[in-house]
Design a protein around this ligand. Structure first.
Ligand SMILES: Cc1cc2nc3c(=O)[nH]c(=O)nc-3n(C[C@H](O)[C@H](O)[C@H](O)COP(=O)(O)OP(=O)(O)OC[C@H]3O[C@@H](n4cnc5c(N)ncnc54)[C@H](O)[C@@H]3O)c2cc1C
Length: 380
């Protein structure tokens, strides 16, 4: 059954919807056109509490149920997919710190994540390690001062303004690269540098950066979980993160459907509204059905997560379905707009480009299928 929010959560979702549709749509067009960061909006996002959606109340967050959180990411994405992913990645990282940092580190970091200046990021991918994060080459050497990190990370969302990075590295042991470790790295540490990645097809308001660690020293207390558990931390973060990206894709798809429907109601050809043509109606109907199915998969995965049940496969299903659907619906929305859909002035053009990355990051569609199939095959 689909998620029905409480009155309080329903009010919050509606508040975010009004804010996003009222304030973010125009700004998103600007960020896209100028390829400037949507982090200029962070002050408002912090004020609204959106940076603490998944942070426990004792640390100043909202500690929202996962389906409510997913609905908020959907509403943000409807207006600005860039803002949605900025918020989603930050909350995903906060949750990882909550789950895998020791008590002292949680108390030190988590309250700061709900206040300005402490955006967080997930630095796992490397130039040669994307779908296969286990092949990471970033080195972690134990020294008397702490862990010394050397290597580089690629495609880091929130990577420029971000203050806290959870970073996967491999311990140098037995003369080679050994066990995986996850660290919480402060962007102000000496030896850390970052370079913006420009020229993206979509979500151009979302910051993406390459990072270099040149002997960055990380305190011992900033190791998340145990030595050897780094991949476990990364994969656990991605399980929850995929519900967030599925919700981002759903918001993009829903915006495309609404724009397509509105356009079909006013555009006339052959002396009739194009909404009267069955070909256009089918695009609208198919899109509505596929988006409703995405919503169901998201709510199911989110409900399992909150219930403490396994949800890896269900999160992969939600992400696979919602991201592929967003791309199909965006394609149809451009098609239904004809030549106008091919131009910047029409929002469907931007959403079409924004949708594209949802089948790529936090695991490509091929990797989601692999996760789903492996879980079925291994359960027999
Ligand atoms: C805008 C953007 C933001 C991102 N943000 C982040 C971030 O914040 N943090 C982070 O760590 N990463 C981030 N990423 C990286 C993203 O997660 C990777 O791009 C993604 O996991 C794919 O890795 P890759 O690009 O190296 O492609 P590759 O892994 O090289 O894949 C290339 C192709 O091969 C296919 N393939 C690979 N392995 C298999 C397999 N076993 N079976 C079938 N097909 C396979 C893939 O599906 C793909 O089609 C971001 C990427 C982008 C574009």
């Amino acid at each position: 059954m689909n998620y029905v929010p409480s009155d309080e959560h329903g009010l919050l979702i509606n508040t975010v919807r009004d804010f996003a549709r009222g304030e973010l749509i125009e700004r998103d067009a600007h960020w896209d056109r100028t390829e400037t960061s949507c982090c200029s909006e962070l002050g408002v996002l912090y004020e609204m509490g959106l940076m603490g959606l998944r942070v426990p109340e004792e640390f100043g967050g909202f500690e929202l149920p996962m389906p409510c959180y997913a609905a908020i990411i959907r509403e943000l994405a409807y207006a600005s997919p860039s803002v949605a992913v900025t918020v989603a990645v930050h909350n995903m990282v906060a949750e990882s710190i909550r789950r895998f940092a020791d008590d002292a580190l949680q108390r030190e970091i988590l309250p700061s994540l709900t206040t300005g200046g402490n955006l967080s990021a997930f630095a796992i991918s490397e130039p040669d390690a994307g779908s296969d994060p286990a092949s990471a080459k970033t080195r972690a050497e134990p020294t008397p001062q702490g862990w010394r990190l050397t290597g580089s990370k690629m495609w880091v969302t929130n990577g420029l303004v971000g203050r806290w990075f959870i970073t996967l590295a491999r311990m140098v042991e037995n003369g080679g690269l050994g066990r995986h470790c996850m660290f919480l790295v402060d962007a102000n540490a000496a030896g850390l540098s970052r370079t913006p990645i420009k020229g993206k097809m979509g979500i151009r308001g979302s910051e993406t950066a390459e990072m270099t660690f040149d002997g960055v020293v990380v305190p011992r207390s900033h190791l998340l979980a145990e030595v050897g558990d780094g991949l476990k931390v990364a994969l656990a973060a991605l399980d929850g993160g995929r519900i967030g990206i599925a919700s981002q894709a759903l918001g993009i798809g829903q915006a495309c459907l609404d724009l397509m429907t509105d356009y079909a109601r006013q555009r006339e050809q052959f002396g009739r509204k194009i909404a009267d043509f069955q070909a256009i109606q089918w695009m609208i109907a198919d899109s509505a059905v596929e988006l409703a199915a995405s919503q169901g998969l998201i709510d199911h995965a989110a409900g399992l997560k909150d219930a403490g049940q396994p949800f890896t496969s269900e999160a992969a299903m939600a992400k696979l379905h919602a991201s592929e659907t967003a791309n199909r619906v965006a394609y149809r929305a451009v098609q239904a707009h004809g030549g106008y859909g091919f131009c910047h002035e029409f929002r469907v053009e931007r959403l079409y480009r924004d949708a594209r990355v949802t089948t790529i990051y936090e695991g490509t569609s091929e990797i989601q299928r692999y996760v789903i199939a492996r879980s079925l095959i291994n359960s027999r």
